[in-house]
Every structure is written in C-alpha cells, then in structure tokens.
Design a protein around this ligand. Structure first.
Ligand code: SF4
Length: 428
C-alpha cells in the first residue's frame, strides 16, 4: 500500500497533473478482489468486504499522499472475464467503497490478460464494454455518489463511437490510448470537422500491446513514427529531392507519406492495379475491415501531398532510365511466401494464400492450410466466417455468454454445420 502512495508522491513531484491507480486487467490490486487469486483468510480476504480492502486501502493511501486537491483516478475492473473473477455484485460495492475513499473518477477496465474473451481485439465491436461502466455508474447513483465521473474504456477507434456512448448518458467520459498512437491528431482533426482524415487504429495490438509485454519499444502499425518522434522529427529539408518508391503496400505507402511530409517529391510505382499489398488481404478477414481504411487513408493523404501513384506498373529493366532521374529509390516490394518442398504443390487445387484470399470460392468444402501463423489463421477465419454472424455489442456479449451478468466467460460452442467449410490448420 505504501509503495502505491510513494509512487503517487513521486508523480506529483515530477510535475504530473493526475495519477491513476491501475486496479484492473488482473494486476495486483485486481487480484485481491477475485476469489480466483485471493485465497487468503485473514483481514485481506475471505469475503467480499475483505477482498476489496486492499484496493480501498491503496486509494485512501494515494489520496493522503497527494493531498485533497490533486486528481486521483482509479481504474477498476468492470468485469474480470475469467472463471473465479470478481463476482459482478461485488463490482458496484467496490465502486462505492472507492468513492468513499476519495477518488475523483473511476475508469472502468475490462478483462484480464488471461481471459478467453477478446476485449481489445478488432473483432470486438466498439461500445461492447460500455455496459459494465454503466453498471458502475448506476451503483454510484444508487449510493448517493452519482456525481463521481465514470470513464468507459476499451476498444474505441473513432470519436463518433465515443460520441454515441456519451450521448446515451450512462458514462461521463471515454478513455482512449491506442488511437492516439495511430494518429495523435485524432481530436484536432475531428474537431476541425475532418474525422475522415484520421488514421484509424486497427486494434491489431501488434506494435503496441504485444510489444509492451516484451522488451521492444511500443509503436504503431499504421504510424511507425509513434514512439520515435524524437529520432525522426518531421523537419522539412530545404533541398527538395525526388524519390521513387517501388511498391504501394503499407511499407511503400508509409515511406512515400514520410518523404512527402519531409517536403520531397515522390512517385510510387505499384505492379498491382490497386494499392495496399498484404493489407488488402487482411481487410477481407471478418472484423479486420479497417485494414482497408488504412490504405484508403494513406492514398488520400498521398494525393493531398501531391504524390504521384502509378498503379499497374511493374518495375523492370525498362524503368532504369526513369529511375536514374531520382535522388533515391525505396524498394518496398514486400515479402515472398515460403514454398515448402512438398510433393504435389503443382496440383490444381493447391493455391498460394494470395490466390485463396482473392478468390476463396476457388477452394472446396474441406481445406487444409499449411502454416499456422497470422496469415494462415486469418485465412482460416475468412474461410469459416459465418455470414449470419451479427457484429453488434449485444450479439458479441451473447456469443460469449455474458448477457446473464455472470462473471464466467466461455465461448458458446458453434455447431459444425454453421461453418461453410471445414478447415484444418497444419503447423510445423
Ligand atoms: Fe492500434 Fe497501432 Fe496498436 Fe495496431 S499497433 S492496435 S493500429 S495503436
């Protein structure tokens, strides 16, 4: 408890404007409220009141450490989404106890990292978790703490989705993190009436959350400058050079955008008739449609920056003279799929993944996918997608058996007949 208080005092000394106690997502504070992890039978566990004693003690200690006027937010778990997690009826009582301990706002997090239910991935519809923040607000209202602001969070990528949740009047704020990595200008652009110019977060977690669990620096798949702003400042050079970028996949589009933003003249050459490269395939996977938005966004931005995009132009020897006229050429021609040494690869029903993404109908009812990495699994999702599946928050919650309000999260079993194909993923 004293460690939390000390950390808060340091934050004040360092000039921060507020502190938030991380009491959700299965970390230490949250582990005290869940019977799954709190098996104590002393004054810190045993019943609901003793299980919430630790978070309440932390909140009170932090408040005391920073003084009455310094803003203290507390991120509590709205639903742990693990078997044996904090019972739902305990969540409201915890919110009330934290209010009494003097926090200034309650941010509501969702799920533990161990949860079998996706919480921040692309297939989770925006607004799905607002219902748990609403429960917290209702508990506060019922106990006379209704004025305490409640902050919803998790899985919003557009401010229009945020507006919708706020308009319903059940929560006071919505917290975002990843969308600011994808586009730090999200608020300014939306305020200026140009939400269409926002680089949308894909909820892919590849360069942010996934990296934060290791030792790599957090960045963003659609905005690789994120986290590297100091190393790569957007300083416009005085001498305007000419650059050719070969390949209009995500890497080529980003290279072109960066060069153009640095004031350079840029031409992009792409062999296919459409830009986007591998992102075009990703955008076909149910729930990952926003990958297409990244391509559209970059192409729009390139047009605004005066970049010339030549599609259907495969660069070859005949282009050497043309390319010599540039100050630099960026090769962003993508990856080559590894072809294993297997007999039968030339048979007519053996397709490479690009062909399978482009034309899934070319495959029969029983499919073996060789390779179980991201591409293979995405393809499996595409091939087994249930066209009847509703992508609303309500349908998502029902699919994960969360509507009854139970804390146990399980995947509702899908009948084999619902899938249009039988797919087997084979991995080395
Ligand atoms: Fe969003 Fe970028 Fe993180 Fe992907 S890497 S989830 S686009 S912030």
């Amino acid at each position: 408890v004293e460690d939390f208080a000390r950390a808060a005092r340091r934050a004040v000394a360092l000039g921060f404007d507020a502190v938030e106690v991380m009491g959700s997502e299965g970390y230490l504070v949250n582990q005290f409220t869940a019977p799954l992890t709190n098996t104590r039978d002393d004054e810190w566990g045993g019943d609901a009141e003793r299980r919430r004693r630790f978070p309440v003690a932390v909140a009170a200690a932090v408040r005391e450490a920073v003084g009455a006027d310094f803003p203290v937010l507390f991120r509590m778990s709205g639903a742990d989404l693990v078997e044996g997690g904090t019972p739902r009826e305990d969540v409201g009582a915890l919110a009330v106890a934290l209010a009494a301990a003097g926090v200034d706002a309650l941010a509501v997090g969702i799920g533990w990292h161990e949860s079998p239910v996706p919480t921040v991935q692309a297939q989770v519809p925006a607004g799905t978790w607002a219902t748990y923040a609403k429960d917290v607000k209702q508990a506060l209202r019922a106990s006379g703490h209704g004025a305490l602001p409640v902050v919803a969070s998790n899985r919003y990528s557009r401010l229009a989705q945020v507006d919708e949740v706020l308009a319903a009047g059940d929560v006071d704020f919505v917290a975002l993190a990843r969308p600011f990595l994808a586009d730090p200008g999200i608020v300014a652009k939306s305020r200026a009436g140009r939400p269409d110019t926002v680089d949308v977060c894909l909820a892919c977690n590849e360069a942010c959350i996934d990296r934060s669990f290791g030792t790599e620096r957090v960045s963003c798949l659609v905005n690789p400058r994120s986290g590297y702003e100091a190393e790569f400042p957007l300083t416009v050079r005085e001498r305007r050079g000419r650059y050719a970028v070969v390949g209009a996949g995500p890497a080529g589009l980003e290279a072109a955008r960066t060069l153009a933003r640095l004031g350079q003249e840029v031409e992009v050459l792409e062999a296919e008739s459409e830009p986007g490269g591998q992102f075009r395939w990703a955008a076909r996977v149910p729930g990952k449609e926003d990958f297409g938005e990244t391509v559209r966004h970059h192409v729009r931005e390139l047009a605004g920056l005066g970049v010339r995009l030549r599609l259907g132009h495969r660069v070859g020897h005949r282009d050497l003279a043309h390319l010599r006229g540039f100050d630099g050429v960026v090769l962003a021609t993508g990856v080559l799929a590894h072809r294993p040494e297997l007999p039968g690869l030339a048979l007519p029903h053996v397709l490479d993944y690009q062909r399978a993404f482009a034309d899934p109908e070319a495959l029969g009812p029983r499919v073996a996918i060789i390779g179980g990495g991201g591409v293979g699994v995405d393809l499996a999702h595409l091939l087994t997608a249930d066209p009847q599946l509703k992508r609303t928050p309500e349908a998502f919650l029902a699919r994960h058996a969360l509507t009854a309000g139970g804390p146990v999260a399980r995947l509702a079993p899908r009948t084999a007949s619902a899938a249009p194909r039988r797919v087997t993923v084979v991995r080395r």
